[in-house]
Design a protein around this ligand. Structure first.
Ligand code: BV8
Length: 237
């Protein structure tokens, strides 16, 4: 019995990190074309670094919430039977005890050198004029995140996990961004169990067989407890 869990910004909302499309969400305050596309970075890298630098500082003050800890507990119990995929670029799943998290949209606390492709942990809030620690070139550093129009990371691994899954669970995501928003259709095409755990119905809500609504810090621990206690979904843990 394999589970694929996909999380979005809603799982980190109660940790104080902004979501994107809620009221006051990031995309209501920033133009994603300016700060989250390669073209935006090419035309104004300082502005992009200002946007991600502020999110890095915010993340360094943030703490995981009960949903992150519950998913860490689920992963410790299930091991390789759980593939935890996140659209989030924060490290709160890891701080909540999860390991081997599939960050399909990259990681905020990593930077990437556009000249030599070197990736490295980076907590600095400023950017483009620093020299790359590997190739020494300056003016080429960008946050290691997947922007609109760029290929998400580890899609092969995600698609193969979905192929083997008997349960797909989407947590805290609006279902607005592809290809992540299309995973539920893939799960449906295989006829497997699908579940949405969200604050309110997402754009994709009608595609899920099971749906539960409420804040992630309440809904997720209850669901994880159920799965572990009752061996729901045939999970003989
Ligand atoms: C690509 C970067 C080529 C880092 C992000 C069809 C197929 C493929 C692509 C497309 C397609 N149609 C359109 C596209 C293009 C585009 C796209 O999807 N555009 C959208 C706007 C229509 N996709 C791309 O460009 C992707 N790449 O297409 O490559 C390709 C082609 C084919 C196949 C494969 C590849 C790249 C997309 C990645 C863009 N980068 N982030 C960063 O700055 O963070 S996207 C951004 O949106 C974040 O990663 C975010 O995680 C993601 C999704 O948002 P959510 O996480 O869902 O957040 P949101 O605010 O929307 O919703 C929050 C939810 O939480 C809400 O439902 C709310 O109710 C809930 N909530 C709130 N509080 C709580 C809560 N739930 C529980 N508890 C709470 N307390």
């Amino acid at each position: 019995m394999q589970i694929v869990v996909l999380t979005g910004a809603g799982v980190s909302a109660e940790s104080g990190l902004g979501t994107f499309r809620d009221q006051e969400g990031l995309w209501t305050r920033y133009d994603l074309n300016v700060v989250a596309t390669p073209e935006g970075f090419a035309s104004n890298p300082e502005q992009v670094w200002e946007f991600y630098g502020a999110r890095r500082r915010n993340l360094l003050d943030a703490k995981p919430n009960a949903a992150h800890f519950a998913l860490g507990r689920l992963q410790r119990a299930l091991g390789a039977r759980l593939t935890l995929v996140t659209q989030n670029i924060d490290d709160l799943h890891e701080q909540g005890g999860a390991t081997d998290v599939v960050h399909m949209h990259g990681e905020l606390l990593q930077s990437l050198c556009a000249a030599c492709d070197h990736r490295f942990p980076d907590r600095e809030s400023f950017g483009p004029d620093r020299a790359c620690p590997a190739c020494g070139q300056s003016g080429c550093l960008r946050p290691d995140v997947v922007w609109f129009g760029e290929m998400p990371y580890q899609l092969d691994r995600i698609y193969s996990a979905l192929d083997k899954a008997s349960l797909f669970v989407a947590i805290g995501t609006s279902g607005a961004v592809y290809p992540a928003a299309g995973f539920v259709q893939m799960a449906m095409a295989q006829g497997i169990e699908t579940m949405e755990l969200n604050l309110e119905p997402s754009d994709n809500a009608r595609l899920f067989k099971q749906r539960r609504y409420g804040p992630a810090s309440e809904v997720i621990p209850v669901w994880v407890e159920e799965v572990l206690r009752t061996g729901a979904f045939g999970l003989d843990v």
